[in-house]
Design a protein around this ligand. Structure first.
Ligand SMILES: Cc1ncc(COP(=O)(O)O)c(C=O)c1O
Length: 344
């Protein structure tokens, strides 16, 4: 069934057989990959990230053959579109305001983007999605993000969309570890056209290492493995990822510090006269509505503090990442100064 959704050229694709895909035993005499015999970073990495995947399998409770590792989830998003969408013909559906890379990736791949905006309370407009899907057979994939960036909330009706749609639903769970909800990875058996995307860039604090993950049917994962550049994740990054996953104590501790700081910052922001609304957050950032987003953004910038101005998507809204206690205090001090300047 998945086969019918895959682009014909990918079905026919004979993957590049890298030197290391067949034998990966660095203790053998490896004269197969035109590597330099000298140095400490001279060997190509394991193309299938076997050790890392077995760690991911253990932590995420997903079988190894249902795990794909990409160079950040941005690479995963791009590969998924190239797997299922025919350039020039096919389309994806997105629900803005949401993560911008789904549409950017589509534009790069000459895939059309159909938008069905979220409702006023940032939930899926199920009726509208269903109508658009019925009218539009060229839509091959839907990208949903929960918790959603930049609105910070969980999407409630993801299952309905998966049940209604006969194409691929990609559920981006980049922020799931900060939320109260469990991942949908335990529903992969029930929903063979679901792809859950996660990353080590957020709750695991490993943005520099570029480790993205797709959890999907073994069939989808096999196609992704066939398409990917052979050495897409470097050796050091694979090791960093294994260490981060093994260090669950540090992961839990940092996560709870961030969650505590999220509540603290929300309470503090609430006191400011120019803050109109703080949206509930299930992620490591806050979406905040102020009287004049451009002004607050600029004034923070002039004090050396960079946040995101989302006013082009959501009226007068700013997105603020949760920092350390010290960083959040520094932010609040600056915002209080701005408040004083407004009031004086
Ligand atoms: C929703 C969402 N998905 C994916 C990503 C990209 O993550 P990665 O660092 O794994 O490429 C981000 C980064 O901000 C994001 O907000």
């Amino acid at each position: 069934m998945i086969e019918q959704l895959v682009r014909p050229n990918i079905l026919l694709l004979k993957p590049y057989a890298s030197a290391r895909s067949q034998f990966f035993d660095l203790k053998a005499l490896m004269l197969d990959a035109n590597e330099n015999p000298y140095g400490t970073h001279n060997r190509y990495p394991d193309p299938f990230q076997r050790e890392l995947k077995s760690k991911v399998a253990e932590i995420k409770n997903v079988p190894v053959d249902q795990i794909f590792i990409g160079n950040g989830s941005d690479e995963v998003i791009d590969l998924l579109q190239r797997l299922f969408c025919e350039p020039g013909d096919d389309q994806i559906l997105v629900c803005p305001p949401t993560y911008g890379m789904y549409a950017v990736s589509a534009q790069v791949n000459d895939v059309g983007v159909v938008e069905v905006p979220l409702t006023a309370n940032f939930q899926l407009d199920i009726n509208q999605i269903n109508q658009v899907l019925l009218a539009n057979p060229a839509i091959k994939m839907i990208f949903l993000c929960s918790p959603n960036n930049p609105t910070a909330n969980l999407l409630e009706n993801v299952e309905e969309v998966i049940e209604f749609f006969n194409g691929i639903v990609v559920l981006d769970e980049a922020y799931i570890d900060f939320s109260e909800k469990a991942s949908m990875t335990d529903r992969l058996k029930q929903f063979p056209r679901l792809v859950v995307v996660q990353t080590l860039s957020k709750a695991y604090g490993l943005a520099a290492a570029r480790i993205g993950m797709a959890f999907a049917s073994a069939e989808i994962v096999a196609y992704l493995n066939k398409m990917k550049p052979p050495y897409n994740v470097g050796t050091e990054n694979q090791l960093l990822a294994i260490q981060a996953l093994e260090n669950q104590a540090e992961f839990q501790e940092n996560k709870s510090l961030i969650l505590k700081q999220r509540s603290w910052l929300a309470q503090e922001l609430q006191q400011l006269s120019f803050v109109r609304e703080i949206f509930p957050s299930q992620a490591n950032f806050l979406l905040v509505r102020v009287d004049d987003a451009a002004m607050v953004y600029q004034k923070l910038l002039s004090r050396g503090i960079v946040i995101r101005n989302r006013q082009h998507e959501i009226e007068n809204c700013l997105r603020i990442s949760i920092g350390t206690k010290t960083q959040n205090r520094q932010l609040m001090d600056a915002l209080k100064e701005i408040q004083q300047a407004i009031n004086s």
